[in-house]
Design a protein around this ligand. Structure first.
Ligand SMILES: [Zn+2]
Ligand SMILES: [Zn+2]
Length: 131
């Protein structure tokens, strides 16, 4: 005498219905965004130790041109907590105002940032970056 046990496996099929009211992520940008937020502050250069006197637009050392990664998106917003050293990569003359724009790359997180030249920026170093 043999007992056959028939175990039936129940398979439940759950049909997942996609949520029709899917909200796309809202852009956190505000209208009328400023290009530069003015903040007067003095700082000591992490690269060469120069004491830099800020005039509200100073975001890098005028002696060695290195900067510090403190801004997140807009120059002057001071929203980044990276604090890495920003290496000047190259400079480009802007034909609109004949001022140089310096491209920086953070040595810590590789973030790339463009800032305007400072009025006391070392001219020779600036010219080397143009090449
Ligand atoms: Zn410096
Ligand atoms: Zn960084």
């Amino acid at each position: 005498m043999t007992n056959f046990q028939n175990n039936k496996k129940k398979k439940l099929l759950f049909q997942s219905t996609p949520n029709p009211s899917f909200d796309p992520p809202k852009a956190g940008r505000q209208e009328g965004r400023k290009n530069f937020l003015r903040k007067v502050e003095d700082f000591v250069c992490d690269n060469c130790g120069e004491k830099v006197t800020g005039d509200g637009y100073t975001d890098h050392c005028s002696k060695c041109l290195w900067g510090k990664h403190v801004d997140f998106e807009i120059p002057g917003d001071r929203l980044s907590d990276c604090q890495g050293l920003m290496r000047p990569v190259k400079a480009k003359l802007q034909t609109s105002n004949f001022k140089y724009k310096i491209e920086y790359k953070c040595t810590k997180c590789r973030h790339v940032f463009n800032v305007r030249q400072g009025k006391d920026d070392d001219r020779e170093l600036l010219m080397e970056l143009v090449k």
